[in-house]
Design a binder for this molecule. Structure first.
Ligand code: IPM
Ligand code: MG
Length: 357
C-alpha cells in the first residue's frame, strides 16, 4: 500500500523524536512491502520564525490532503511573548479544528517491564493499569469565545465553555465503540454538580448509552476522577470527557504509567485521516541533546497504522518491538534504572527498528 504522511516535526525535541518514528515506519514499509511518502511542513514556533504565523493555510491543506499527520511537539520559551493569536499552540488547535478531529484517544497502559517505575504503590499497580481516555478535542472552553476587557477600572478575562448536543453525541459514540472493543465499561467524567455544559453532557451520554446495551456506563465527577486515577486505576476501562478535563486527566494518567515519554495519542474525525502525536510537549530543556525518549512518538506511528491505514499487524509489530527492546533492558534517560543500558534517542530508534522483522 502507498500512503502519504505529513510530518510536522515542530519545536524543541520534536524533530529528534519524529526522525526516530520515521526510521521505524521505514522499517515497517520494508518488511511489509508498503510505501510511505513523507511531506514535511512547518507548524508551531518554527513556523512563526519562518512565516510570522504558527499555522498557514498551505500547511493545513497539506494535512487535510494527506493520508495522516505525524506530529512531534510545538512550543517553547522562545515564543512565550508572541501575540496570543499566533502562539505555537494555536497551530495544534488550528489543525485539530481545521481537520475536524474531535476524538482524541490517549491510552494509559503500564508496561510490565516498567511497572516498578510508577509513582503508585506496588499493590495498586499490581491490580493493573490499562485504560483509554477518550477526550473531546474541538469543543468546550478551548474553542469558546474569549475576551479580556476593562470594567470599573480593573481587567476582566472571560473564557466561555460551550458544548452543543451533536458534539457530545459523536464523542459518546466513539467512547462506547471503543469500550465494545475493550472491557465494555465507560466512565463519563463531568462536573454536573456545577456546570450546565456538564449537565447536558451527562444527559446526552446517557441517551447514547441506550444504543450500546452491552456496555455499562457510570458517571464520575472530575475532582473525584482525579482522585480515583491514583487511588484505584484498575476500575477504569474507558474514560470519556470534555476537552479540558481530558487534557488534565490524561497527563495524570500518563504519569502513573511511569513516564509521559511513553504515551501516544490519536486524534480522529469522521474520515480515516488522523493526526498522531506523543502526549508530551516539546521539552526545550533537553532539545538538541539526543536524549529524549522517542517511544511515545513511535507508538503514535503504530496507532496511525492501526486507526488510519488499517494495518493492524504492522501496528502490532511496532508495539512488540518496543516491548522487546524494553525487555532487553534498554532505556532512555527518563526511564533509566540500575542494571539497564542507557540509549540516546537515535539509538533507541535504531533498536526498535531493528526488532521489526
Ligand atoms: C495536549 C497539550 C495541548 C492541549 C496544548 C499544547 C495546547 O497540552 O495536547 O494535551 O492542551 O490540548
Ligand atoms: Mg495536555
Amino acid at each position: 500500500m502507498e500512503k502519504h504522511i505529513t510530518l510536522i516535526k515542530g519545536d524543541g525535541i520534536g524533530p529528534e523524536i519524529v526522525n526516530e518514528a520515521v526510521k521505524v515506519l521505514d522499517r515497517v514499509a520494508d518488511c511489509f512491502h508498503h510505501t510511505f511518502l513523507y511531506q514535511e511542513v512547518l507548524a508551531g514556533g518554527c513556523a512563526i520564525d519562518a512565516y510570522g504565523t504558527s499555522l498557514t493555510q498551505e500547511t493545513l491543506d497539506a494535512c487535510i490532503h494527506s493520508d495522516s499527520v505525524l506530529l512531534g511537539a510545538v512550543g517553547g520559551p522562545k515564543w512565550d511573548q508572541v501575540d496570543p493569536s499566533i502562539r505555537p499552540e494555536k497551530a495544534l488547535l488550528g489543525i485539530r479544528k481545521g481537520m475536524e478531529l474531535y476524538a482524541n484517544l490517549r491510552p494509559a497502559k503500564i508496561l510490565p517491564q516498567l511497572a516498578h517505575t510508577s509513582p503508585l504503590r506496588k499493590d495498586i499497580v499490581d491490580q493493573g493499569i490499562d485504560f483509554m481516555v477518550v477526550r473531546e478535542l474541538i469543543g468546550g472552553v478551548y474553542f469558546g469565545e474569549r475576551n479580556t476587557y476593562q470594567e470599573d477600572e480593573e481587567w476582566v478575562a472571560c473564557d466561555q465553555m460551550i458544548y452543543r448536543e451533536h458534539e457530545i453525541r459523536r464523542i459518546a459514540h466513539i467512547a462506547f465503540q471503543t469500550a465494545c472493543k475493550r472491557n465494555s465499561h465507560v466512565i463519563s467524567v463531568d462536573k454536573a454538580n456545577v456546570l450546565d455544559s456538564s449537565r447536558l453532557w451527562r444527559k446526552i451520554v446517557h441517551e447514547v448509552a441506550k444504543e450500546y446495551p452491552d456496555v455499562t456506563l457510570e458517571d464520575m465527577l472530575v475532582d473525584n476522577s482525579a482522585m480515583q486515577i491514583v487511588k484505584n486505576p484498575a476500575q477504569f476501562d474507558v474514560i470519556v470527557t470534555e476537552n479540558m478535563f481530558g487534557d488534565i486527566l490524561s497527563d495524570e494518567a500518563s504519569m502513573i504509567t511511569g513516564s509521559i515519554g511513553l504515551i501516544p495519542s490519536a486524534s480522529l474525525g469522521e474520515s480515516s485521516v488522523g493526526m498522531y502525536e506523543p502526549i508530551h510537549g516539546s521539552a526545550p530543556d533537553i532539545a538538541g541533546q539526543n536524549i529524549a525518549n522517542p517511544i511515545g512518538t513511535i507508538l503514535a506511528a503504530a496507532m496511525m497504522l492501526k486507526y488510519s491505514f488499517d494495518m493492524p499487524n504492522e501496528s502490532d509489530a511496532i508495539e512488540q518491538a518496543v516491548n522487546e527492546v524494553l525487555s532487553q533492558g534498554y532505556r532512555t534517560a527518563d526511564i533509566q534504572e540500575k542494571g539497564c543500558e542507557r540509549l540516546s534517542c537515535s539509538q533507541m530508534g535504531d533498536q526498535i527498528a531493528a526488532q521489526i522483522k
